[in-house]
Design a protein around this ligand. Structure first.
Ligand code: CDP
Ligand code: CDP
Length: 224
């Protein structure tokens, strides 16, 4: 059988998608597309330059984003998606709690999703990519030959995110992290356009009790 050209990994925050997708991409020597980074970058841009448009989420927001698009550059490699704003790399900015708190609002706008979908499909034109996010297997790459959906309990996901935030020197409580994750899950799963759902034919893996290595092994054993 022909090796799949696109593998999708979807799931809620803290399910371990990014970590495992990165390991898988490195293992296969394929490029990694972390679609959440694109939503985060657009949120960061709107928050920095036009926060009022983010509240409005109307045609003026789309006009602003389309106008700013030439200032953004995306580079996909085995290590992931690198983003630049006027050639300055965007890294920590994308993980800021303000961005995290607002990203699901922006991601609920259908025109924003279309724009991100276009960017992702262009980046994946040559195939051999691992695409990770919320709607990779359902909307953006329904033709993917292998689809995975990762889950984990709320407590485990909050604990993981808490560890990651504390490692970055941010002082947050477990309750704050749990509340922020649940609010985002709620918005991501109930929005009208491309809500977080299990793609048809996807293998669901509960990662609560598994190490990233175990999850990778399971994924590799299921590839056609
Ligand atoms: O790493 P984590 O799962 O916490 O977040 P992410 O993958 O960076 O995604 C950030 C946000 O972008 C999500 O909460 C969604 O609102 C949005 N997103 C989306 O709507 N569709 C995707 N394919 C990826 C992300
Ligand atoms: O992308 P997503 O929000 O789904 O998760 P992530 O950004 O990969 O963060 C998951 C965190 O949990 C990382 O610190 C991983 O080391 C850890 N972890 C994991 O990813 N997978 C497991 N099976 C166990 C722990």
């Amino acid at each position: 059988m022909r090796a799949p050209e696109i593998i999708t990994i979807d799931g809620p925050a803290g399910s371990g998608k990014t970590t495992v997708a990165r390991m898988l991409a490195r293992h296969l020597g394929w490029r990694l597309l972390e679609s959440g980074s694109l939503y985060r970058a657009l949120t960061w841009l709107a928050l920095s330059e036009a926060p009022e448009l983010l509240k409005e989420r109307g045609p003026r927001l789309m006009k602003f984003l389309r106008e700013r698009l030439p200032d953004l550059r995306f580079e996909a490699s085995e290590k992931g998606l690198s983003l630049f704003f006027r050639e300055k790399p965007l890294r920590e900015e994308l993980r800021l709690p303000e961005v995290e708190a607002r990203v699901s609002e922006l991601a609920a706008v259908p025109e924003v999703r279309e724009l991100v979908g276009e960017i992702l499909r262009e980046l994946a034109r040559e195939g051999r990519v691992v695409a990770e996010g919320r709607d990779m297997g359902t909307v953006v790459f329904p033709e993917a030959q292998a689809k995975f959906f990762l889950t984990a309990s709320d407590e485990v996901r909050a604990e993981r995110r808490l560890r990651d935030w504390r490692a970055q020197g941010l002082s947050v409580t477990r309750e704050e992290v749990l509340a922020s994750l649940k609010a985002r899950d709620q918005k991501d799963s109930t929005r009208k356009t491309a809500p977080l759902t299990i793609p048809q034919g996807a293998l669901v893996i509960d990662t609560s009790e598994k190490s990233p290595e175990e999850v990778l092994k399971e994924i590799l054993s299921r590839l056609p």
